[in-house]
Design a protein. Structure first.
Length: 290
Protein backbone atom coordinates (compact mmCIF):
# COMPACT_ATOMS: atom_id res chain seq x y z
CA UNK A 1 0.00 0.00 0.00
CA UNK A 2 2.89 2.36 0.72
CA UNK A 3 4.01 1.92 -2.89
CA UNK A 4 0.57 3.02 -4.08
CA UNK A 5 0.60 6.04 -1.77
CA UNK A 6 4.06 7.03 -2.98
CA UNK A 7 3.03 6.61 -6.62
CA UNK A 8 -0.02 8.80 -6.06
CA UNK A 9 2.06 11.45 -4.34
CA UNK A 10 4.64 11.44 -7.09
CA UNK A 11 1.89 11.81 -9.67
CA UNK A 12 0.94 15.08 -7.98
CA UNK A 13 4.47 16.51 -8.02
CA UNK A 14 4.79 19.46 -10.34
CA UNK A 15 6.69 19.03 -13.57
CA UNK A 16 7.75 15.44 -13.05
CA UNK A 17 6.40 14.07 -16.31
CA UNK A 18 8.63 14.08 -19.38
CA UNK A 19 6.89 14.40 -22.74
CA UNK A 20 8.72 14.14 -26.08
CA UNK A 21 7.89 16.78 -28.60
CA UNK A 22 5.57 15.45 -31.30
CA UNK A 23 6.69 15.41 -34.93
CA UNK A 24 4.60 16.95 -37.66
CA UNK A 25 3.75 14.78 -40.65
CA UNK A 26 6.33 14.76 -43.47
CA UNK A 27 5.35 16.98 -46.42
CA UNK A 28 4.02 15.24 -49.49
CA UNK A 29 6.42 17.14 -51.75
CA UNK A 30 10.02 17.48 -50.49
CA UNK A 31 11.48 21.00 -50.42
CA UNK A 32 13.61 22.05 -53.33
CA UNK A 33 16.71 22.44 -51.16
CA UNK A 34 16.64 19.87 -48.36
CA UNK A 35 18.23 21.00 -45.11
CA UNK A 36 19.18 18.58 -42.32
CA UNK A 37 16.83 19.06 -39.39
CA UNK A 38 18.43 20.10 -36.10
CA UNK A 39 17.50 17.81 -33.19
CA UNK A 40 15.10 19.44 -30.71
CA UNK A 41 16.69 20.02 -27.31
CA UNK A 42 15.44 17.69 -24.60
CA UNK A 43 15.23 18.40 -20.91
CA UNK A 44 16.82 15.90 -18.55
CA UNK A 45 14.76 12.87 -17.59
CA UNK A 46 13.46 13.03 -13.99
CA UNK A 47 15.59 10.96 -11.62
CA UNK A 48 14.19 9.13 -8.60
CA UNK A 49 16.29 9.32 -5.44
CA UNK A 50 15.59 7.11 -2.40
CA UNK A 51 16.90 7.48 1.16
CA UNK A 52 16.15 5.57 4.34
CA UNK A 53 17.37 5.64 7.93
CA UNK A 54 16.69 4.00 11.26
CA UNK A 55 16.09 6.82 13.74
CA UNK A 56 16.84 6.65 17.44
CA UNK A 57 13.86 6.99 19.75
CA UNK A 58 12.51 10.57 19.59
CA UNK A 59 15.00 11.76 16.96
CA UNK A 60 13.60 14.76 15.07
CA UNK A 61 13.63 15.21 11.29
CA UNK A 62 14.30 18.37 9.28
CA UNK A 63 13.49 18.74 5.57
CA UNK A 64 14.69 22.03 4.11
CA UNK A 65 13.94 22.05 0.37
CA UNK A 66 14.19 25.37 -1.51
CA UNK A 67 13.67 23.70 -4.91
CA UNK A 68 10.17 22.20 -4.87
CA UNK A 69 7.32 20.63 -2.91
CA UNK A 70 7.40 18.50 0.23
CA UNK A 71 4.72 15.94 1.08
CA UNK A 72 4.62 14.18 4.44
CA UNK A 73 2.92 10.83 5.04
CA UNK A 74 2.56 8.52 8.03
CA UNK A 75 5.54 6.16 8.06
CA UNK A 76 4.45 3.43 10.47
CA UNK A 77 5.21 2.45 14.06
CA UNK A 78 8.87 1.46 13.76
CA UNK A 79 11.61 4.10 13.70
CA UNK A 80 12.16 3.74 9.96
CA UNK A 81 12.26 6.97 7.94
CA UNK A 82 11.92 6.92 4.16
CA UNK A 83 12.48 9.86 1.82
CA UNK A 84 11.76 9.60 -1.89
CA UNK A 85 12.54 12.46 -4.26
CA UNK A 86 12.20 13.28 -7.93
CA UNK A 87 15.02 15.44 -9.28
CA UNK A 88 14.81 17.34 -12.54
CA UNK A 89 18.35 18.33 -13.44
CA UNK A 90 18.87 20.16 -16.77
CA UNK A 91 22.09 19.09 -18.43
CA UNK A 92 23.91 22.40 -18.07
CA UNK A 93 22.63 23.24 -14.54
CA UNK A 94 24.79 23.17 -11.44
CA UNK A 95 24.14 19.92 -9.52
CA UNK A 96 21.98 19.90 -6.39
CA UNK A 97 23.70 18.06 -3.53
CA UNK A 98 21.13 15.86 -1.77
CA UNK A 99 23.01 13.74 0.76
CA UNK A 100 21.24 13.74 4.19
CA UNK A 101 23.14 14.01 7.48
CA UNK A 102 22.47 13.56 11.19
CA UNK A 103 25.57 15.22 12.65
CA UNK A 104 23.48 17.61 14.75
CA UNK A 105 21.43 14.82 16.31
CA UNK A 106 18.52 15.56 13.99
CA UNK A 107 18.10 13.74 10.70
CA UNK A 108 18.52 16.56 8.20
CA UNK A 109 17.65 16.49 4.50
CA UNK A 110 18.67 19.87 3.09
CA UNK A 111 19.48 19.81 -0.65
CA UNK A 112 21.66 22.67 -1.81
CA UNK A 113 23.25 24.06 -4.96
CA UNK A 114 26.94 24.99 -4.83
CA UNK A 115 27.70 28.33 -3.20
CA UNK A 116 26.84 31.20 -5.53
CA UNK A 117 24.80 29.07 -7.94
CA UNK A 118 21.12 29.68 -8.65
CA UNK A 119 18.49 27.22 -9.80
CA UNK A 120 18.26 26.88 -13.59
CA UNK A 121 15.00 26.99 -15.49
CA UNK A 122 13.24 23.65 -15.06
CA UNK A 123 15.52 22.53 -12.23
CA UNK A 124 13.57 21.29 -9.22
CA UNK A 125 13.43 18.64 -6.51
CA UNK A 126 10.14 17.30 -5.12
CA UNK A 127 10.03 15.19 -1.97
CA UNK A 128 7.76 12.61 -0.34
CA UNK A 129 8.74 11.66 3.23
CA UNK A 130 7.24 8.84 5.33
CA UNK A 131 7.55 9.97 8.95
CA UNK A 132 7.38 7.28 11.66
CA UNK A 133 5.23 7.81 14.73
CA UNK A 134 6.64 10.01 17.48
CA UNK A 135 9.37 11.70 15.41
CA UNK A 136 8.78 15.45 15.21
CA UNK A 137 9.38 16.92 11.77
CA UNK A 138 10.08 20.45 10.56
CA UNK A 139 9.76 21.44 6.89
CA UNK A 140 10.84 24.56 5.05
CA UNK A 141 10.23 25.49 1.41
CA UNK A 142 10.59 28.65 -0.66
CA UNK A 143 7.71 28.58 -3.19
CA UNK A 144 6.91 24.89 -2.89
CA UNK A 145 3.75 23.37 -1.47
CA UNK A 146 3.91 21.63 1.92
CA UNK A 147 1.35 18.88 2.42
CA UNK A 148 0.96 16.69 5.53
CA UNK A 149 -1.47 13.75 5.69
CA UNK A 150 -1.84 11.45 8.68
CA UNK A 151 1.44 12.22 10.44
CA UNK A 152 1.53 11.05 14.08
CA UNK A 153 4.02 13.53 15.47
CA UNK A 154 4.49 17.25 16.04
CA UNK A 155 4.92 19.14 12.76
CA UNK A 156 6.46 22.56 12.15
CA UNK A 157 5.83 23.75 8.58
CA UNK A 158 7.10 27.01 7.09
CA UNK A 159 7.15 28.36 3.54
CA UNK A 160 8.18 31.72 2.14
CA UNK A 161 5.28 31.84 -0.33
CA UNK A 162 4.01 28.28 -0.81
CA UNK A 163 0.65 26.88 0.25
CA UNK A 164 0.26 24.51 3.20
CA UNK A 165 -2.27 21.67 3.53
CA UNK A 166 -2.74 19.57 6.69
CA UNK A 167 -4.99 16.61 7.42
CA UNK A 168 -5.25 14.01 10.16
CA UNK A 169 -2.25 15.04 12.28
CA UNK A 170 -1.91 13.48 15.73
CA UNK A 171 0.44 16.02 17.25
CA UNK A 172 1.03 19.74 17.67
CA UNK A 173 0.85 21.84 14.48
CA UNK A 174 2.79 25.00 13.67
CA UNK A 175 2.22 26.26 10.11
CA UNK A 176 3.41 29.59 8.71
CA UNK A 177 3.65 31.03 5.20
CA UNK A 178 4.06 34.45 3.63
CA UNK A 179 1.67 34.87 0.70
CA UNK A 180 0.49 31.25 0.55
CA UNK A 181 -2.82 29.88 1.74
CA UNK A 182 -3.36 27.34 4.53
CA UNK A 183 -5.95 24.57 4.55
CA UNK A 184 -6.20 22.35 7.62
CA UNK A 185 -8.46 19.74 9.15
CA UNK A 186 -7.93 19.20 12.90
CA UNK A 187 -8.83 16.31 15.16
CA UNK A 188 -9.04 16.78 18.93
CA UNK A 189 -6.23 19.13 19.94
CA UNK A 190 -3.44 17.67 22.10
CA UNK A 191 -4.05 18.70 25.70
CA UNK A 192 -2.19 21.86 26.83
CA UNK A 193 -0.88 22.40 23.29
CA UNK A 194 -0.51 25.76 21.58
CA UNK A 195 -0.94 25.51 17.81
CA UNK A 196 -0.54 28.20 15.14
CA UNK A 197 -1.78 28.67 11.57
CA UNK A 198 -0.41 31.96 10.23
CA UNK A 199 -0.09 33.58 6.82
CA UNK A 200 0.82 37.15 5.99
CA UNK A 201 -1.71 37.79 3.21
CA UNK A 202 -3.15 34.40 2.24
CA UNK A 203 -6.47 32.80 3.18
CA UNK A 204 -6.91 30.22 5.92
CA UNK A 205 -9.49 27.42 5.94
CA UNK A 206 -9.73 25.37 9.13
CA UNK A 207 -12.24 22.51 9.48
CA UNK A 208 -12.91 21.04 12.95
CA UNK A 209 -15.61 19.00 14.67
CA UNK A 210 -17.29 19.59 18.00
CA UNK A 211 -14.67 17.51 19.83
CA UNK A 212 -11.78 19.86 19.09
CA UNK A 213 -11.51 20.75 22.81
CA UNK A 214 -9.66 24.02 22.26
CA UNK A 215 -10.06 27.78 22.36
CA UNK A 216 -9.40 29.49 19.05
CA UNK A 217 -8.12 33.04 18.64
CA UNK A 218 -8.56 34.40 15.12
CA UNK A 219 -7.23 37.67 13.69
CA UNK A 220 -7.46 39.30 10.25
CA UNK A 221 -8.27 42.50 8.41
CA UNK A 222 -10.19 40.37 5.93
CA UNK A 223 -13.44 38.46 6.42
CA UNK A 224 -14.42 35.88 9.03
CA UNK A 225 -16.60 33.12 7.59
CA UNK A 226 -17.67 30.57 10.18
CA UNK A 227 -20.19 27.94 11.20
CA UNK A 228 -19.45 28.57 14.88
CA UNK A 229 -20.37 31.52 17.10
CA UNK A 230 -17.56 34.06 17.46
CA UNK A 231 -16.93 36.92 19.86
CA UNK A 232 -15.44 39.60 17.60
CA UNK A 233 -13.40 42.55 18.90
CA UNK A 234 -12.47 45.48 16.60
CA UNK A 235 -8.85 46.63 16.80
CA UNK A 236 -8.83 50.27 15.74
CA UNK A 237 -5.81 51.48 13.75
CA UNK A 238 -4.19 48.05 13.84
CA UNK A 239 -3.42 45.31 11.35
CA UNK A 240 -5.10 42.88 11.64
CA UNK A 241 -8.02 45.15 12.48
CA UNK A 242 -10.20 42.64 14.32
CA UNK A 243 -9.84 39.64 16.56
CA UNK A 244 -12.29 36.84 17.30
CA UNK A 245 -12.46 34.11 19.91
CA UNK A 246 -14.43 30.90 20.41
CA UNK A 247 -14.17 27.69 22.43
CA UNK A 248 -15.15 24.41 20.76
CA UNK A 249 -15.66 21.56 23.21
CA UNK A 250 -13.53 21.81 26.36
CA UNK A 251 -10.93 24.51 26.92
CA UNK A 252 -7.92 22.16 26.92
CA UNK A 253 -5.68 23.80 24.29
CA UNK A 254 -5.06 26.98 22.28
CA UNK A 255 -5.12 27.48 18.52
CA UNK A 256 -4.12 30.78 16.92
CA UNK A 257 -5.21 31.54 13.34
CA UNK A 258 -3.82 34.72 11.76
CA UNK A 259 -3.78 36.54 8.42
CA UNK A 260 -3.19 40.23 7.98
CA UNK A 261 -5.57 40.57 5.04
CA UNK A 262 -6.78 37.13 3.99
CA UNK A 263 -10.14 35.53 4.65
CA UNK A 264 -10.39 33.12 7.59
CA UNK A 265 -12.93 30.30 7.29
CA UNK A 266 -13.72 28.22 10.38
CA UNK A 267 -15.87 25.31 9.25
CA UNK A 268 -17.64 22.48 11.07
CA UNK A 269 -16.95 18.98 9.80
CA UNK A 270 -18.82 15.83 10.75
CA UNK A 271 -16.90 13.10 12.53
CA UNK A 272 -17.66 10.33 10.04
CA UNK A 273 -17.33 6.73 11.21
CA UNK A 274 -17.53 3.94 8.60
CA UNK A 275 -19.10 0.53 9.19
CA UNK A 276 -15.88 -0.89 10.63
CA UNK A 277 -16.10 1.59 13.49
CA UNK A 278 -12.80 3.29 12.69
CA UNK A 279 -12.75 7.09 12.25
CA UNK A 280 -12.06 8.23 8.69
CA UNK A 281 -8.75 9.96 9.49
CA UNK A 282 -7.55 6.93 11.43
CA UNK A 283 -8.38 4.65 8.54
CA UNK A 284 -6.44 6.90 6.15
CA UNK A 285 -3.38 6.94 8.39
CA UNK A 286 -3.32 3.16 8.78
CA UNK A 287 -3.52 2.74 5.01
CA UNK A 288 -0.54 5.05 4.60
CA UNK A 289 1.58 2.83 6.84
CA UNK A 290 0.96 -0.43 4.97
Amino acid sequence: MRTLVFAAALAALHGCAHVDAGRSAAPTVPPASPVAAMPAPESAQPQRLDFSATLVDGQAVTIDNPYGDVRLRFGGFAHELEIHAVLQQPEDAAPIAVQPDDDSGRYRFAPRLPAGAIAAEGQRLDVVAFIPRGHAVSVHTEQGLIESHGVRADIDLESVSGGIAIRGTQGRVQAKTGTGSIEASFNTAPKASRQVLATTTGNVVLAVDDHLDATLELATSGVFATEFSLDVEPLANQEPNKRARTTIGDDDARITVESRRGEIRLLRRSAFTPLGGKPADQEYEDNDSD
